[in-house]
Write a protein that binds this ligand. Structure first.
Ligand code: HEC
Ligand code: HEC
Length: 188
């Protein structure tokens, strides 16, 4: 009986190990395809150029939503529209899964602005997380380029990027407040 249980546990372990291997192999296949994304978004999604957001450690659900939004044109960006036009639903899910598990990028914001931003950030934490880590459809903001975060807040404010909650929240923010919030979240 004892031996039988040991054999059972061992085979369960083997199955788990096999399942992990498969998903690791799948991710390495995705990584080969993702090389086209690295050209702009940096190696493994860690971007060194503020024109291109980091994707590393971004929420998978959020990545999937954005790729679908670029593809359908509800989020307007000609560069990303061209990148997504031929992606299948499976490709999109794979990219979400791949980038979500990469090591997060770090960014350094101007420290005076970071302090200013901290005092205004309370309203954001409920959705974006107390460390700006995001959750599901709510994107990770921490470690992102401050220039990119500020640009996106401005897009929501102008209505050139659509999202009910974010348009309402950014509508009354001044340019200075936008810069401060962007610096704060990128520094987390
Ligand atoms: C030629 C450069 C370029 C390439 C190649 C590229 N991207 Fe992008 N990507 C951008 C730019 C620029 C933005 C920011 C768009 C904006 O300002 O709205 C962006 C934004 C994104 C976003 C939204 C990020 C966020 O925080 O909202 C995702 C997700 C994304 N890209 C995924 C990908 C994937 C996956 C690939 C590879 C299949 C890829 N990109 C290839 C330039 C590129
Ligand atoms: C009610 C929930 C909610 C609150 C509160 C909220 N956000 Fe958001 N935010 C979202 C959602 C959802 C998105 C993604 C929208 C989309 O899918 O295009 C987003 C997107 C963003 C983005 C774009 C990120 C990227 O990678 O492109 C920034 C920047 C941002 N929020 C900053 C803030 C700031 C700063 C505050 C506080 C003033 C805030 N948010 C409060 C829900 C919220």
């Amino acid at each position: 009986m004892h031996l039988l249980r040991q054999a059972f546990t061992f085979s369960l372990l083997l199955i788990c190990f096999w399942a992990m291997q498969v998903s690791a192999n799948e991710l390495s296949t995705v990584e080969q395809k993702a090389a086209t994304c690295f050209v702009c978004h940096g190696d493994k999604g860690k971007s060194n150029d503020p024109h291109f957001p980091s994707l590393a450690a971004q929420q998978s659900v959020y990545i999937v939503n954005q790729l679908n939004a670029f593809k359908s044109g509800t989020r307007i960006n000609p560069v990303m529209q061209a990148q997504t036009v031929k992606l299948t639903a499976e490709d999109i899910n794979n990219y979400g899964a791949y980038f979500a598990v990469q090591q997060a990028a770090k960014a350094n914001g101007d420290s005076a602005l970071v302090q200013q931003g901290k005092s205004k950030a309370t309203a954001c934490l409920g959705c974006h997380g107390t460390s700006g880590e995001g959750n599901g459809e709510f994107p990770r903001l921490s470690g992102q380029h401050p220039e990119y975060l500020a640009q996106q807040l401005t897009h929501f404010k102008n209505g050139t990027r659509l999202n009910g909650a974010m348009q309402a929240l950014s509508g009354n923010l001044s340019e200075e407040e936008i810069k401060a919030l962007a610096a704060y979240f990128s520094s987390l």
